[in-house]
Design a binder for this molecule. Structure first.
Ligand code: GLU
Length: 471
């Protein structure tokens, strides 16, 4: 048997992290077993489905690198097939027409609620002849008794009494097929062997199994993935900030960081935290996924992203960083090679957006010194050090502007003044970066370059002079 899984999103919004995790688990399961992964767009809800959202889903899948072997298939292109199956069920007496008026159904529901029994259709039309030319729906004839067992790969055995399941509507009065019917037809036609999906579908599963059996088709194995909660314990939603996958890209997360984060959300392999996609494929085990919901933790995602920013190929990060620099109004071709900036800075940032922010100083003068850093380091005692550094830097030829020579200048000034290196390097750092944090001082000087270094030291000296004047 070739394993075939699918991801079957409804295009009624962007690809959110919950959907992305379901897609990842389905993808990994297929890859792990040498099988195929199918993408199916469940766009039968014509009112809520949009092309924009289809595009957002496809874009999200591409960005994450979740390659599918088949699809995207669109359910709206398969209506003939669904109707063919519905007719087959009708012909075989496994489905029936129902023209119960809304008032009757409402009343039935009210009575059942009053009697505290689960509201369900009472099968009134099961044995009636309903005129096919008058408005009607088609209902599936659910088995009246017995038990359907869902043998879930994550949750184990879940028995459902048929007596509690409805004769559900499989075709609406406007002729359109319903979700449970289309899913069943597609899963069967597409040869899906393992259905991995959100646990909000658990109650549909026994119904779908009954329809599959009625059609004489194979029943796939199911795995219902628990939901994701926000940091506050409520179901993850827009309220918790970014939940759309592409908004993580826009904030400067790397796809491998998000995938690594998502795979660990409800699954673990010993105490391993870092997984490449290859490792995930090799190690992922759907049976080891937690039954309980997991909470989204942005700090952990940030930690992973920082790890990947630091370890990825600098030229790739530079390419991804470029638009973030652009957003700050910086054209990276006007300064040091972006890849050099990445090498020096990547370990310090959690996201590309943050990396751009802390690297802006390499390309443009900052507006003002960070107040705390300036108060601490740009004091009158630092004046002489900065003046000596400035003089030494000014004398240096452009071709001598290299890390070794620059380091020597800073060392020499600290020796001359008989102070520790930090007493020289920190004021210099604040002068040329604007704040007290940056890579090694010689690296920083390399990134800033001679002209800007001199200009910024002048600004720092003016700041100190002003302070002296005010004192
Ligand atoms: N289209 C359904 C959804 O987006 C998923 C159906 C399924 O996986 O069976 O929730």
């Amino acid at each position: 048997m070739t394993v075939r899984t699918r991801f079957a999103p409804s295009p009624t919004g962007y690809l959110h992290v919950g959907g992305a995790r379901t897609a990842l688990f389905s993808y990994l399961f297929a890859r792990r077993h040498g099988g195929q992964f199918v993408l199916r767009i469940e766009d039968t809800d014509l009112e809520r489905s949009t092309e924009e959202s289809v595009n957002a889903i496809l874009e999200g899948m591409t960005w994450l690198g979740l390659e599918y072997d088949e699809g995207p298939f669109y359910q709206t292109q398969r209506f003939d097939r669904y109707n063919q199956v519905i007719d087959e069920l009708l012909d075989k007496g496994l489905a029936y027409r129902c023209d119960c008026p809304k008032e009757r159904l409402d009343k039935l529901r009210e009575d059942q609620m009053a009697r505290k029994v689960k509201p369900r259709y009472d099968g009134c039309c099961r044995n009636r002849q309903v005129d096919p030319d008058k408005p009607h729906v088609i209902r599936f004839k659910n088995p009246a008794d017995g038990v359907v067992v869902v043998d879930d790969m994550i949750r184990g055995r879940m028995p459902f009494n048929n007596a509690e399941l409805d004769d559900l509507i499989i075709r609406r009065s406007d002729g359109s097929p319903t979700y449970n019917l289309t899913v069943v037809v597609d899963d069967a036609d597409m040869g899906i062997t393992h259905v991995i999906r959100g646990d909000d579908h658990i109650n549909n599963t026994p119904r779908q199994i009954n329809i599959l059996r009625a059609l004489g088709r194979d029943v796939p194995q199911y795995a219902h993935v628990p939901m994701i909660l926000g940091d506050d314990g409520a179901r993850l939603s827009k309220r918790h900030g970014a939940v759309g996958v592409m908004s993580y890209r826009d904030q400067g997360y790397l796809p491998e960081a998000l995938l690594n984060y998502l795979v660990r959300l409800g699954w673990s392999h010993g105490d391993q935290e870092i997984f490449s996609l290859e490792e995930m494929v090799e190690l992922f085990d759907i049976g080891a996924v937690n039954k309980a919901a997991s909470a989204f933790n942005t700090d952990k995602l940030d930690w992973l992203n920082q790890h990947y920013l630091h370890h990825a190929e600098p030229s790739r990060i530079a390419r991804l960083l470029s638009p973030h620099m652009g957003r700050l109004g910086i054209d990276p071709s006007t300064g040091p090679e972006l890849a050099e900036v990445v090498k020096a800075q990547a370990a310090r940032a959690k996201t590309l957006a943050e990396l751009a922010e802390i690297s802006a100083f390499c390309y443009q003068d900052f507006e003002a010194f960070d107040e705390t850093s300036a108060k601490k380091h740009l004091r009158p005692v630092a004046r002489e050090a900065l003046e000596r550094l400035r003089a030494a830097f000014e004398m240096m030829a452009y071709e001598d502007w290299n890390p070794d020579d620059l380091k020597r200048v800073v060392e020499r000034v600290s020796e001359e003044l008989e102070v520790k290196m930090g007493k020289v390097a920190q004021p210099l750092r604040v002068a040329i970066v604007g704040r007290a944090a940056s890579p090694g001082i010689e690296e920083t000087l390399m990134l800033v370059g001679k002209e800007a270094t001199l200009r910024r030291i002048d600004k720092a000296l003016a700041y100190i002079a002003e302070r002296e004047g005010a004192a």
